[in-house]
Design a protein around this ligand. Structure first.
Ligand SMILES: [Zn+2]
Length: 631
């Protein structure tokens, strides 16, 4: 079964960095009750009240029990298989409702213990269901694949489940016999040790020092304060001091970090070998049937496409007027603005920006936006950041913490891009294939950001405003493309060391990281030796190996699709737009690589990745031109 608690809980979140709010367009209150209703979520389409939610919990539990009672029935024939899948779908739809109702309310006031308690009841119920259904996949796979294929062919009602069923057979190749699986299951608990020890070391046990800044103020260089210094302190010496203190903290225990990371690598290699994969990369990509060339082509293409990244660094150095340009200088904006973006006006702006996607898309966007599915402003107790959370059969809900900045406008385009993906997928797909993977999710969000950028650029001829817009777009490419590929490159090299039985020490990892900085940035930055410890502080390396490359492949897919939809003859553009909308509607009805191929994106080809590099090149050229006009 593809549906689990984890997927029911899926949120496409963006960690937004909240700048100091400017302007007065947003409500002058943090009291939720005082914020006008049109800016708050309406939960009633999920359940009218808590009593109805209690009823939903009861029905769900009864349906779960009924499903568990189907154990032993699958081999009887296609109708029994169909019955089980339909029952599971109905449970999945209910799971979304009972889960989101308390979860969304908790996020609007995290202090509410009553709601938090109800939410815990949901997770407990889901866990029970997970255990009660563990019989399903093994029992299904007892039926020979040829028989199952015939059943699917002869039973039209089974067709919507065909992809999901056959994908279970595909993954079966790496499932061991009962004894093997039993042995592997014994390792599940201790296999978490490297990640959990990393979490303790990097959060509970870490002590960041205090530093004194040029204006006499003192701060502790925690991750959040460190980022804040890099973005807001115009004295280069302040940024340098914060960098030395922050990275130095990781450097002080680098050998422990290296030992833990080695644990992650060894665990990956152990599991890959146990399940008969040739290497860790193949094992990591098998779930979504992604060929390993996707990652290797990505890394190779980007390695030979760093020229625009370096030009951007040189431009920034010139604008900041610093004799030496360091990595800690890459976040401070060369120009400041106090322009405030009002939410309602921005909503219209985003709607106008996506007009090229067609009247139908825009109309659905508008309708969804006006239905109480947006929680716009911050309030006392509300969680930070922004996300889109789908409720199949109802609609996606989007959380924002609107702060009137340009970043907020882009975040809004991003999260509502996810939401529209859900709107179209919910409408076109049965529940079983309605959920899309991360691999395609970030395409829908970044395309909307790209349309917004284009629209905003078309509307202004002011050099400074244009520069700030371009900067936003280029920063996104640096952050979600170049930096993530550098990370993926690091992961690949580190895993290969483990696969070859070579030592993994802090010194070795430092060496790889330092070389990567030189390979990617060349002489466009002055490389500080302490940066070689950066690998120690990247949570993804420890928590989800081989994950970050997906940010870059999504970005590449989105760049390619955007170019197809906006360049070339009108008929070609129209065809590309139709293919893109079909991708959104397809939800999760196939492996993500095939879904993207149908939309015209082949991630095994260098040209796809090259599209981002060309886009970056173009944007940096525009920035150079606008910058020349500003002074
Ligand atoms: Zn996203």
């Amino acid at each position: 079964m593809r549906i689990s608690i984890a997927s029911a809980a899926i949120l496409f979140a963006l960690g937004v960095t909240l700048a100091v709010p400017v302007g007065a367009a947003k409500p002058n209150t943090r009291n939720r009750a005082e914020i006008p209703a049109q800016y708050r979520w309406d939960f009633s389409p999920i359940y009218p009240d808590w009593q109805a939610w209690e009823g939903g919990m009861k029905t769900l539990e009864a349906n779960m029990d009924a499903f568990a009672a189907m154990k032993g029935s699958l081999a009887k024939g296609p109708n029994e298989v169909l019955k089980a899948y339909r029952a599971f779908d109905a449970i999945g739809v209910q799971q979304y409702r009972v889960f989101r109702y308390p979860q969304l309310q908790r996020d609007t006031d995290t202090r509410n213990q009553d709601v938090a308690g109800k939410f815990q009841r949901v997770t407990a119920l889901f866990a029970k269901f997970g255990t009660a259904t563990s019989w399903f996949t093994p029992e299904l796979l007892q039926i020979p694949q040829a028989t199952m294929e015939r059943w699917i062919r002869d039973t039209p009602a089974l067709a919507p489940y065909g992809f999901t069923i056959l994908d279970s057979y595909r993954q079966q190749k790496h499932v061991l016999d009962e004894m093997g699986e039993r042995l592997l299951s014994f390792s599940a608990q201790f296999a978490q040790t490297p990640s959990s020890a990393y979490r303790e070391l990097s959060t509970s046990d870490i002590r960041f020092p205090q530093i004194k800044l040029a204006d006499g103020s003192e701060i502790t260089v925690s991750p959040a304060n460190y980022q804040q210094v890099l973005r807001t302190r115009y004295e280069q010496a302040d940024r340098a001091r914060a960098f030395t203190a922050h990275l130095g903290t990781y450097a002080a225990t680098a050998n422990t970090y290296a030992a833990l990371y080695n644990g992650v690598l060894q665990r990956g290699w152990f599991m890959a070998q146990a399940r008969n994969f040739p290497a860790t990369l193949e094992a990591a990509l098998d779930g979504n049937a992604v060929p390993p060339e996707v990652v290797t082509t990505l890394v190779e293409t980007v390695r030979s496409g760093t020229a625009p990244l370096r030009r951007y660094a040189k431009l920034r150095q010139k604008l900041l007027g610093v004799a030496e340009y360091h990595l800690y200088d890459t976040s401070i904006p060369p120009f400041r603005t106090d322009r405030a973006y009002d939410f309602d006006a921005s909503k219209d702006l985003v709607l106008a920006a996506v007009a090229p996607l067609g009247a139908d898309y825009v109309e659905k966007y508008r309708r969804w936006m006006s239905g109480g599915k947006l929680d716009v402003y911050e309030n006392e107790g509300k969680r930070s950041g922004a996300y889109s959370a789908n409720v199949y059969g109802v609609a996606p809900y989007v959380l924002m913490n609107w702060n009137d900045t340009l970043d907020a406008v882009f975040t809004f385009a991003h999260e509502t891009g996810h939401a529209m993906h859900s709107v179209l997928s919910n409408e076109a797909q049965p529940f079983v294939t309605s959920q899309y993977t991360i691999f395609v999710a970030e395409v829908a969000s970044t395309i909307n950001e790209r349309f917004l950028l284009n629209h905003l650029l078309e509307r202004t001829s002011d050099a400074k405003e244009r520069f700030l817009l371009l900067q936003h777009a280029v920063e996104a490419i640096v952050g979600t493309f170049y930096t993530q590929v550098l990370f993926a490159d690091f992961e690949l090299q580190a895993h290969r060391l483990a696969e070859r039985g070579q030592p993994v020490t802090a010194e070795v990892l430092n060496g790889i990281y330092l070389k990567l900085l030189k390979d990617y940035y060349g002489d466009s930055i002055a490389i500080d030796d302490l940066y070689k410890f950066t690998w120690a502080r990247i949570p993804h390396f420890y928590n989800s190996p081989y994950y970050v490359y997906q940010y870059a492949t999504c970005f590449a897919s989105s760049a390619k699709l955007f170019r197809d939809m906006t360049a070339g003859a009108p008929a070609e553009r129209a065809a590309a737009t139709e293919r893109y909308l079909a991708l959104l509607r397809s939800g999760g009805d196939d492996h993500p690589m095939r879904q993207l191929q149908k939309a015209g994106v082949d991630l095994t080809q260098r040209a796809t990745v090259q599209a981002v590099i060309e886009q970056m090149d173009e944007l940096v050229s525009l920035m150079e031109r606008e910058a020349a006009k500003i002074r």
